[in-house]
Write a protein that binds this ligand. Structure first.
Ligand SMILES: NC(=O)c1ccc[n+]([C@@H]2O[C@H](COP(=O)([O-])OP(=O)(O)OC[C@H]3O[C@@H](n4cnc5c(N)ncnc54)[C@H](OP(=O)(O)O)[C@@H]3O)[C@@H](O)[C@H]2O)c1
Length: 278
């Protein structure tokens, strides 16, 4: 598996498996199928309520812990130094591990500076190999980078052909943070899987819409974590390393960027209230 080196030297697989909206009762089965397919990076979160399923599947796989790259995220209700520290220990327990490979702040709400300090401490204590953030839009991201001791290694953001995060990326390059995509296939929104441009490019390489969309991001050096509960789709989404999109096709796909979210406006007060009460 191709990896990307983070600003602290830790290597993260460029392709992983995400479990947002995977029913906690089904999570162990899904992650077992993903591991069987070849995925080793698994992306979960406290707010997905399925960390236990991830931990059980990893444990039961019999594969060495160091071959995995486990990602989880601290939720808003656990924000603040003390609560976050406690929640990190709970996540470790649920994941049945003594270290997390990458720990993120899920959303920039609540006392997230306190959360970040708890994460820096966990990092120094060896409970976490890399720390970072998620949904930190350019303003929040630049602010954080300027006032923390350890610069975030990752910012996990909505990123797909319709939202390529071009502005944010300029600043992430400046502060040396790696982009990780959530919803790399736009969760199927915007008629994603019937997109004519993705389809016609795919025909040239004998690849599907999903494969072209994911390969595009990988060629842009973005870490991707597609989600599916279906093993056949997990396999499809994993077959990305036997073709390469041409410069012309990459340019065509770059033009699809609309520069905004397909899901939410992170700057709106309605969204802030929704996510704080989630
Ligand atoms: N940090 C954050 O705030 C945040 C937010 C959202 C997501 N994430 C992370 O990012 C991961 C991926 O994002 P996502 O789950 O929102 O969206 P996604 O991976 O872009 O899309 C998932 C959707 O596409 C379908 N699908 C998957 N592969 C397919 C294929 N080959 N052909 C057709 N349909 C396919 C899935 O259905 P089936 O499952 O029925 O196959 C599901 O409905 C999440 O699981 C989570 O780990 C993080």
């Amino acid at each position: 598996m191709r990896t990307v080196k983070l600003n602290n030297g830790v290597e993260i697989p460029i392709l992983g498996y995400g479990v947002f909206l995977v029913d906690p009762k089904e999570c162990e089965r899904c992650v077992t199928d993903a591991i069987d397919t070849g995925y080793r990076l698994i992306d979960t979160a406290q707010a997905y309520y399925n960390e236990e399923g991830v931990g059980a599947a990893v444990k039961k796989s019999g594969i060495k812990r160091e071959e995995f790259f486990l990602v989880t995220k601290v939720w808003i209700t656990n924000s603040g130094e003390e609560k976050a520290a406690k929640s990190i220990d709970e996540s470790l327990k649920k994941l049945q591990t003594d270290y997390i490979d990458l720990l993120l702040i899920h959303q920039p709400f609540g006392d997230y500076y306190g959360t970040y300090r708890a994460m820096e401490k966990a990092y120094k204590d060896g409970k976490v190999r890399a720390i970072g953030v998620s949904n930190f839009f350019p303003d929040r991201y630049v602010d954080l980078c300027n006032f923390v001791e350890i610069k975030p290694m990752i910012n996990q953001m909505e990123t797909h052909i319709f939202q390529q995060q071009k502005t944010l990326r300029k600043y992430m390059d400046k502060y040396n943070t790696q982009l990780m995509s959530w919803s790399p296939m736009a969760r199927g929104e915007n008629n994603f899987f019937k997109n004519e441009i993705l389809k016609s490019i795919g025909e040239k390489y004998n690849k599907t819409v999903a494969q072209v969309a994911l390969r595009f991001l990988i060629q842009e050096d973005v870490v991707v974590i597609p989600k599916s509960v279906h093993k056949e789709r997990m396999k499809e989404n994993f077959m990305l390393f036997d073709f390469e999109l041409s410069l012309e096709d990459m340019d065509e796909l770059r033009k699809q960027d609309k520069g905004e979210s397909l899901f939410v406006n992170h700057y709106s007060p309605e969204f802030a209230e929704y996510i704080i009460n989630y």
